[in-house]
Ligand binder design. Structure first.
Ligand code: ADP
Length: 598
């Protein structure tokens, strides 16, 4: 059973004190008793000697009758029982009893001793007096032989009484000493156990990782050196924990700031750790994933196969994997064997790169090249066809030849328009990327008026009215030529995709944090499914109509890039049959170069 040190110390102390006082008291009492008994014995012997002198004469004269009186007198005077016994055991006289009534005393040990000529002493129970008695028997010599034995005796009740009083005193003394000693023990035990208790509390704090308070010093050398050792240990531990924490924090910071996802897996396929990027890429909660099996956390057969391959081949493995969590994503996984400090294999390490954007860009580029080739091919094929027809005698028919040349001319214009738009696009892109694009603070109303003027002829042809609404005070930081180009492209579409006689509105206003330019028409509108792709290069809702109208399919792509190089964006809202609203958002902060190559 675990008991507190204080109680252990105190109880032991108490037991020692009680046993010691008990032992000392017992020893004192027994020594006193011995001294007292021997004193009584000596006393009795002296009395016996005195009596012997008194009765020697009557004995010699054999006058036994007077003996009894002498005994009675002397006995009374000395409060002692006196008995005169003949060598044969017969009682000749007794101070207390009638001798004739008394039996032979020949068998009494003290009498046997005295008859033999020695001093006899006994402590024994007297049947006659019914009490413990001390007997001392002395021989009385007459003519060199023992004539009688004088026995003096005293009841021991006196001794017991005296000893009882002494024992009471001793006990009282012992209780006082024990009480004092217990008090001292209490203080001493406290003095030992208190600092130990404080050490225990301090060590408990250390165990809980709190090293802020040092253990207090004490007056006891052993406890003080224990406290010093514990303090030193705590300081070292604190330092080590700090170092480990700092290193871990550094590691975590490095891992957290990595763009690549990093996942460490043990040989049983359990996730040891993963960084934020990995959590994001694999769409898992870091805290929940740790310690769990990879199969449970990421349901991707390719990834599991890859980790198995790393562990079985012990080689670096690199693969592209498709993740299907909602949107399809492509990741490049670089896997290698994970080793601990002693170069032991403890699992595998995966470094994951998101290549979705790269893959998309690749696809966009491939599509773009195919689209450009296709767009250029159509007019070239037409031109080639008509040139061949002309060469094969078509020139002879003047009227047809003129018609064909007209077509060839229009196709060449189309080629020119496409190439011009492509060059414009790439120029905007380049300027946006290199930052070589000039932005100035200029009034927007002027830019809008210039754009409307540029579209006037076309609007007149379509009998379209253009309404402009823009405050002359509205100043915007922009490249005026590019913004004019964007508005012209939007107006061009608004006129082209509206019926004759309809209206087009251009307005601009400053809002919180941005300036918006809106081009609103009442035309055919665009079905919702086309809206997400409308700003892609060469994307057209109605190819035939676009071509017929001389569109290149690049107009909106140019608008989008112009908005992007200004740090803004372009949005569209449209209801088929009712019209469309194209909005260019220009942020108030300085135009940045966020052009994307899409
Ligand atoms: P295009 O040279 O063919 O006009 P754009 O990039 O300017 O090429 O436009 C892409 C497509 O978006 C057009 O082919 C047309 O189908 C659609 N579109 C653009 N603006 C409008 C509009 N205001 N109303 C209806 N459809 C439009």
């Amino acid at each position: 059973m675990v008991r507190r040190l204080f109680w252990k110390l105190y109880v032991s102390y108490l037991v020692v004190v009680i046993v010691c006082t008990g032992a000392v008291g017992g020893f004192v009492l027994s020594a006193m008793r011995k001294v007292y008994v021997s004193r009584v014995a000596a006393d009795l012997e002296a009395r016996a000697q005195l009596i012997a002198e008194q009765i020697r004469k009557p004995l010699k004269q054999r006058q036994y009758a007077g003996l009894d009186d002498v005994c009675e007198r002397l006995g009374k005077a000395s409060s002692t029982r006196i008995t005169v016994i003949m060598p044969n055991g017969l009682v000749a006289a007794d101070s207390d009893e009638e001798p004739s009534q008394m039996d032979s005393h020949a068998d009494r040990p003290e009498v046997i001793e005295a008859v033999a000529g020695r001093l006899g002493k006994t402590l024994r129970y007297s049947k006659t007096l019914r009490t413990d008695m001390m007997y001392v028997a002395t021989p009385v010599y007459i003519d060199e032989s023992v004539a009688a034995v004088i026995r003096t005796s005293l009841p021991l009740t006196d001794i017991e009484h005296v000893l009882g009083t002494v024992a009471g005193r001793v006990l009282l003394g012992a209780v006082v000493v024990a009480g004092l000693a217990a008090g001292v023990g209490l203080v001493v035990s406290r003095r030992i156990s208190r600092p130990l208790e404080r050490l225990r509390e301090g060590a408990q704090r250390f165990a809980e990782g709190d090293f802020s308070q040092e253990l207090p010093g004490t007056h006891t050398e052993e406890i003080a050196s224990l406290a010093t050792a514990l303090n030193r240990m705590a300081a070292q531990l604190g330092e080590k924990i700090q170092t480990i924490t700092r290193q871990r924090n550094e590691q975590e910071a490095i891992l957290a700031s990595m763009i690549e996802g990093v996942v460490a897996i043990d040989t049983e396929q359990r996730i040891l750790s993963l960084n934020q990027a990995a959590g994001r890429l694999l769409n898992v909660e870091i805290a929940q994933a740790q310690g769990r099996n990879l199969v449970e956390v990421i349901r991707n057969a390719d990834l599991q196969r890859l980790t198995k391959k790393i562990l079985s081949s012990r080689q670096i493995v690199e693969e592209q994997i498709t993740l299907h969590d909602g949107a399809e994503r492509f990741v490049q996984v670089h896997g290698s064997v994970l080793r601990d400090g002693t170069d032991r294999e403890i699992g595998s390490l995966l470094v994951i790169n998101d290549v979705t954007r790269l893959r998309r860009l690749e696809t966009v580029r491939r599509d773009f090249v195919a689209n450009v080739s296709h767009e250029l091919m159509t007019p070239i094929t037409a031109i080639k066809g008509f040139v061949e027809t002309l060469c094969e005698g078509g020139l002879e028919d003047q009227r047809k030849a003129t018609k064909f040349l007209g077509i060839i001319g229009r196709q060449a214009d189309r080629l020119n328009a496409i190439i011009e738009d492509l060059l414009r696009l790439s120029r905007i892109e380049e300027e946006g990327k290199s930052g070589g694009f000039d932005a100035v603070e200029a009034p927007l109303a002027e830019v809008l008026r210039a754009a409307v003027a540029a579209c006037e002829a076309q609007a007149a042809e379509h009998q379209t009215q253009i309404h402009t609404d823009c405050s002359d005070e509205l100043q915007v930081r922009m490249n005026p030529q590019l913004i004019e180009q964007a508005v012209v492209n939007l107006l061009d579409n608004a006129i082209n995709y509206s019926d004759a006689g309809s209206r087009v509105y251009v307005d601009a206003e400053g809002r919180e944090g941005e300036t918006v330019i809106r081009v609103v028409d009442e035309g055919c509108g665009i079905a919702a499914e086309h809206l997400p792709r409308i700003f892609e290069r060469f994307y057209r809702v109605d190819k035939a109509r676009s071509r017929e109208l001389g569109g290149t399919g690049l107009g909106l792509a140019i608008v989008k890039h112009i908005a992007q190089v200004h740090g803004g964006r372009v949005t569209v809202e449209s209801t088929p049959g009712k019209g469309s609203i194209f909005t260019i958002h220009l942020p108030h902060r300085s135009a940045s170069t966020e052009a994307s190559s899409m």
